[in-house]
Design a protein around this ligand. Structure first.
Ligand code: MLT
Length: 262
């Protein structure tokens, strides 16, 4: 996996293929490997990049971060490797980062793919749950978080062992940093109506964490957006319905008019 030295850490990323850049941001507490199937499938026609966000996977770092600073890390990486503008996709927490990136760097985004995610900030109850999870990981480690989350991630037991391994490998410090970053993130709902980007919204029909109602609301708010509800899938459509997601991204990106810089 290539790496790039950014602000005080080395960012690992998967990169395969040539053509328009498609960047895929993983969710919590995962790593770029959640998009293995999409990297494989889409790299026949596109340059597909899937980074490990700060602290996750091979991007070792203990430093605290915010959703906005993750967007800044990404911008540095993509500028460095000449991958801008890009079509930017994000799964759940990765979707929060994608929205932050689209707000900060709109000219660098050719299209957005929002996968099993939401625009709203945490409610006060949601923030309390984050605080309880910070305590849980502090006391019992990453595996306890993985065990707690697993039943809500998948609609059917697709590769649960691989997923548990991926989640349990995330350092406890990163889990705490990410929980705080998600707890304190801003509400991006007001951004949606001002987005002038081709946007694809994808959600699993049985997503228990960011259910289809949230995806429908984003679809209504983003003019011209497309909505795909994947039947039978839960929160992790990249692993649960890899072909459906890859095909949807392929069709979406192929329909985006080419800008000279793309
Ligand atoms: C994720 O899948 O990235 C997380 O469940 C998102 C969240 O907890 O808000």
């Amino acid at each position: 996996m290539p790496t790039a030295n950014l602000n005080g850490f080395s960012m690992n990323y998967l990169e395969q293929g040539q053509g328009r850049s498609i960047v895929l941001l993983h969710g919590f507490p995962l790593d770029a490997g959640v998009f293995d199937d999409q990297v494989q499938a889409l790299s026949d026609r596109f340059r597909v990049i899937a980074p490990d966000l700060r602290g996750f996977g091979g991007s070792t770092s203990d430093a605290p971060f915010t959703i906005e600073s993750l967007a800044d890390d990404l911008h540095q990486l993509l500028s460095r490797i000449g991958a801008l503008p890009c079509v930017l996709g994000g799964l759940s927490m990765g979707g929060y980062v994608a929205l932050a990136f689209a707000e900060k760097y709109p000219r660098d985004v050719a299209g957005l793919v929002l996968i099993d995610t939401r625009s709203e900030a945490d409610s006060s109850e949601g923030k309390q749950k984050r605080n309880a999870m910070v305590e849980l990981v502090r006391e019992r480690g990453a595996r306890a978080i993985a065990d707690q989350m697993l039943p809500n991630l998948l609609a059917a037991p697709v590769a649960p062992d691989r997923l548990l391994r991926m989640m349990s490998a995330v350092p406890a410090a990163t889990i705490q940093n990410a929980l705080r970053a998600m707890r304190d993130r801003k509400d991006y709902t007001s951004l949606l109506s001002s987005l002038k980007l081709p946007t694809l919204i994808v959600v699993g029909e049985k997503d228990a964490i960011t259910p289809p109602a949230l995806a429908r609301a984003m679809h209504q708010a983003i003019a011209g957006s497309r909505l795909l509800i994947i039947q039978g899938a839960g929160h992790l459509t990249p692993m649960e319905s890899p072909e459906d997601l890859s095909n949807a991204i392929r069709e979406f990106v192929s329909g985006i008019p080419t800008r000279s810089a793309l």
